[in-house]
Design a protein around this ligand. Structure first.
Ligand code: SF4
Ligand code: SF4
Ligand code: SF4
Length: 304
């Protein structure tokens, strides 16, 4: 970890919630995502999110492109070409066996493999969006998640710049949509959790690529899944956001990826952007104090 944050804290208790119910979150296993986008649709339906337009991006079959004000879950479609081995040949890309123990079905030199992954707000342990919000619109819930209160947000956009993952966006339109100008992102279905329900995206996922539950239990399950994949030859499988000692103190929504984070458009080593603020304020205060002392000394010298 870079920066000296405490590891493995319970963010709800840390925020002052008395007797919180235990941290909830997501383990998104991209190795079994089929790209159906049921999660994106379920999120839109449950949260009344306006449609974002049907755009052909020209670089992928994905037509929503990225997380944003009208896309709180985004399923990335990554068409990954075979890799050069540096000797004029190619290294086969491993494919995930349909069943444990099934023979390796490497695509060999057939060209391209598809990687699909349903991205979402990471509900960071150390959340810069929350740190910079001047109105208190961003709040930590009793489940350890991070939620924007629409009626408190003033649309200043500080959180947009602060998020190291580019998750938050202010809603620009359409004109008849609610919350125009207000910062938007996944709430981890705070309203549903309060009623003991599963988040809409996890409930809609037909393959259980999106798994919801107690974060500690999800981390253990995810580690077993990585070991299982390594055992079948998918040695690039790794967890992203599950490490409580990383630059954001670990994510409440973490992922199993089949390649480097950059392949999925994720930062390889995210750091909470407010990490250095205390040092910067101390340095600024010291510089200000030195200037004042200099001015006072000059004044005294001029009078004597
Ligand atoms: S991913 Fe971004 S928006 Fe989500 S909690 Fe972390 S800093 Fe905030
Ligand atoms: S948890 Fe709820 S708000 Fe967040 S992506 Fe899933 S459906 Fe959308
Ligand atoms: S619903 Fe599940 S399988 Fe379908 S795109 Fe979303 S995460 Fe993937």
């Amino acid at each position: 970890m870079s920066g000296g944050w405490s590891a493995a804290i319970d963010p709800a208790a840390d925020t002052g919630w008395a007797d919180p119910p235990g941290r909830k979150g997501f383990f998104t296993d991209s190795s079994i995502c089929i790209g159906c986008k049921a999660c994106e649709v379920a999120c839109k339906e449950w949260n009344g999110i306006p449609e974002g337009g049907m755009h052909l991006l020209g670089m992928s079959y994905d037509n929503t492109g990225a997380l944003g004000a009208s896309t709180w879950r985004h399923v990335a479609f990554i068409e990954q070409p075979k890799r050069s081995n540096g000797n004029g040949g190619f290294t086969p890309l491993p494919m995930v066996p349909a069943k444990p123990g099934e023979a390796d079905i490497s695509i060999g030199d057939t060209g391209v493999r598809w990687l699909m992954s349903s991205d979402v707000c990471k509900h960071c342990t150390h959340a810069a969006c929350l740190d910079v919000c001047p109105t208190g619109a961003l709040m930590r819930t009793e489940f350890g998640t991070v939620v924007i209160q629409d009626d408190v947000c003033n649309g200043c956009g500080y959180c947009v710049a602060a998020c190291p993952f580019g998750v938050i966006e202010r809603r620009e339109g359409p004109a008849d949509a609610r919350n125009i100008g207000i910062a938007q992102k996944c709430t981890l279905c705070y309203d549903r959790l309060g009623e003991g329900m599963m988040p809409a995206c996890a409930q809609a996922c037909p393959t259980q690529s999106i798994q919801f539950g107690d974060l500690d239990e999800l981390r253990v399950r995810a580690q077993h899944r990585v070991e299982e994949l390594h055992g079948t030859g998918v040695t690039d499988a790794r967890l992203y956001g599950a490490d409580a000692s990383d630059g954001i103190g670990g994510a409440g929504a973490f992922f199993l990826l089949l390649d480097e984070p950059e392949v999925y458009g994720l930062p390889p080593d995210p750091v909470v952007t407010t990490r250095d603020l205390p040092t910067m304020w101390r340095t600024a205060a010291l510089a200000g104090g030195t200037l004042l002392a200099g001015a006072a000394a000059a004044f005294v010298r001029a009078r004597s």
